[in-house]
Design a protein around this ligand. Sequence first.
Ligand code: ZN
Length: 282
Amino acid sequence: MRWQGGRRSGNIDDRRGLSGGAVGGLGIGGVVIALIGVFVFGIDPGQMMGIVSEGGGQQTQVAGKQGSPEDQAGAFVDVVETSTTDVWTQLFSKSGEQYRPPADVVLYDQATSTGCGTGQAAMGPFYCPGDQKVYLDLAFWNELETQFGARGEFARAYVIAHEIGHHVQTLTGSIGEGRASARGAESGAVRVELQADCYAGVWAAHAGEVSGGQIALDQGDLESGLGAASAVGDDTIQRRTQGRVVPDAFTHGSAEQRMRWFRKGYETGDPGQCDTFKARSL
Ligand SMILES: [Zn+2]
């Protein structure tokens, strides 16, 4: 994946190195912690909204360094997030709407306070609808490679674009559908996740053209994104952690479904094709 010349908006709140102080006052062990290990690939936003409305508003103001990080890993996140802003701004304006980027992408180590309670690296990357921020612990990239077997920068870009997909859902309102039913193969939660995968594909479809060629996919990138989508499928994770597949406990969709919706977004480039809520078969 080529990205080095991509535009940077610096919409980053870099809290790396701040973690100890940042959560000290909050105490670890809130509701969010109970969810650890359940949502390996980002907390189910429906549940997050539940937490927020149940009085999660114990947010302490924590701010790291605002702007564009100087290191490679931080710069990469900045470029990809900025690219999602450019792509979604264009797509929203086609339908006469205005896109607002997320409040921030927060980079942190281990734990940090969020509008949805204490964020823990163990939860994986997630989006908090309450404060409209994406939370990323970059140590997850190692996990993505070693535990999920998903290599390459594009696999990482897919993760970021998926979380931004939840932000798009927050703007359109479809994120609320996840609250109706949080688990099961046909649940609202799974539909929300598969739509975010489709939106990640939509971003990938337009990233090159919208950036004037500054961002470009290489041969094998699509496969690497699909590989990541497959690796974080509920069935893949269940098989690995429990030795069996329990569709009733699905929160994100199967490997096959996640790949299919990502591909659908990529091949059509049309967010209108991402209506997982009306889809007869997922
Ligand atoms: Zn998600």
